[in-house]
Design a binder for this molecule. Sequence first.
Ligand code: PMV
Length: 323
Amino acid sequence: MKSRVRARANIALIKYWGKTNPALNIPAVGSISVTLESLWSETEVEFDARFRSDTLLLDGDSRPEQLERVSRCLDILRERAGVKTHARVVSDNNFPTGAGLASSASGFAALSAAAAHALELDLSPRELSIVARRGSGSAARSVFGGYVEMHAGSAADGRDSYAEPLLAAEAWPLEVVIAITERGEKAVGSRAGMESSASTSPYYPAWIATSESDLRAGREAVLKHDFDALAEVVEHSCLKMHAVAMANRPPLIYWNPATLDCMQAVKALRAGGLPVFFTIDAGPQLKAICEPDARPAVVGALRELPGVADVIVSGLGPGVEIR
Ligand code: PMV
């Protein structure tokens, strides 16, 4: 009753922000992402009747504050398998945890797939996506590779709230350059930030009202491989999400000065004719998305900014893999 799975991080092009049901983790809006080849979580789950409780070792540390979410995900699968056996979960990320690099996405996708496999449950990728969503909304997307669309759904129980593949990675092999501007874990997680936006940000209703048209534009741009159209709607979706959060009470600003410097650098590169655009998640790191030929210039421009501590480069990668 043991399995090991690798799942990749993903970066949202059209952002998810807000939940209609926080307990079931049902997103208020759909989203579109790319799965990254080089940033992954590798998670081993072992069920054993001798274990007296679930345990979690994340990057070598026991993380009691994360254990409840992990057990909640495991409970869904235990119920389906008709067992009550506890599990030992050992998970490692090959990139910084909790700094806005989507470690919860790769982590919960890997956990769900490894636990389902260890319990010999024969789940479809869609069912797996629904289970992963209960751990982290963005994890539903990391089940799949390449370009992925997550549907908000409308069912009260979340059964139509899952991700599915939109376009294969090889069909449009863009690259992602991540500028690390801060190494620590973020102070306000996405769950708390979203809850605060829904209840205090005057821009939240506008965010919800405009999400469908952003999704449509993003989907169309991906399917047509229209770089300029994608650049426009991705930066709009990102800045709109951050504007919503900035207007929370208390305000929520995920950026630092270097994040803004990176944004300006990307804008300048694009104004100079280079195919590159940016997005930023619930953290201070900037993700520049570019055509492969533009990568050296993008890496060079971001690396030379004084506030950039490191640059990570990744192509687009596959969905969950049993090791
Ligand atoms: O799934 P969570 O709770 O990690 O939230 C993800 C939120 C953003 O990264 C900011 C946007 C997204 O769609 O990934």
